[in-house]
Write a protein that binds this ligand. Structure first.
Ligand code: C5P
Length: 227
């Protein structure tokens, strides 16, 4: 039977949170929510409407026009922005460069957190992001703080982008990750921090399968405690 467990995964940019979350969701029949995609969708919408993300009043105004919801397709939970899936557009360099600024607004975070908490109200969920274990699900049964060496994170992100933006220099990727990490961990509202009760996993030297084995065992253990 599918456990009604809440798993919170937090960590710096590009350390494999979504990959782990996806794998856990598939193994345990949970729903995977990539909370970063929601902040990316807001940013994409602003840029599409030529709104400067540093103009607080304009961002606040257009936020009312943004409807974010998830469509369940089997084990996949697909994000819809005003009714359509934004897809790869969320991973563009323009979005990468502005998303942390957008995510630093308290009013943006409030709207995202409300949607995120509603999703998990009556089902098992694994959600990855920056504030999941502390703000979104402070009572999550399992909290993971994932980390990996910067060089490894840059390689992973670079490879991931390879399919959409071949020309992007590795150096630019490194700069973006470092800058996002800086903004995300120093912002006033809900900065990225490790929850006291989170299990720290460094996956620098773990394969995808090994990481799933380690964290999967923890999910199994916590699920058994629930029954
Ligand atoms: O996870 P991902 O790298 O796609 O997230 C993009 C950005 O969204 C992060 O750099 C961060 O600024 C923001 N974010 C956040 N809180 C979350 C998830 C993402 O502030 N829970």
């Amino acid at each position: 039977m599918t456990p009604r467990i809440t798993v919170a995964i937090d960590g710096y940019s590009a350390c494999g949170k979504s990959t782990l979350a996806k794998d856990l969701a598939q193994r345990f029949g949970l729903i995977h929510v990539d909370s970063g995609s929601m902040y990316r969708a807001v940013t994409y919408h602003l840029l599409k409407h030529q709104i400067d993300p540093s103009k607080t009043a304009e961002v606040k105004k257009i936020l009312h026009d943004i409807d974010l919801r998830f469509l369940q397709e089997g084990s996949l939970f697909v994000l819809l922005l005003n009714g359509s899936p934004p897809g790869d557009a969320l991973r563009s360099k323009a979005v990468d460069d502005q998303v942390s600024q957008v995510a630093s607004y308290g009013f943006v975070r409030e709207k995202m957190v409300e949607i995120q908490q509603n999703i998990a109200r009556d089902r098992g969920v694994v959600m990855d992001g920056r504030d999941i274990g502390i703000v979104v699900f402070p009572n999550a049964e399992l909290k993971i703080f994932l980390q990996a060496d910067l060089e490894i994170r840059v390689d992973r992100r670079y490879l991931e982008l390879g399919t959409t933006e071949n020309q992007l220099a590795r150096k630019i990727v490194a700069q973006n990750l470092t800058e996002r990490d800086r903004i995300d961990s120093t912002r006033e509202i809900s900065p990225l921090t490790k929850a006291k009760d989170a299990v720290v996993i460094d996956n620098s030297n773990l394969s995808r399968a090994e990481q799933l084995e380690v964290v999967g065992a923890l999910v199994q253990y916590r699920s058994q405690q629930l029954t």
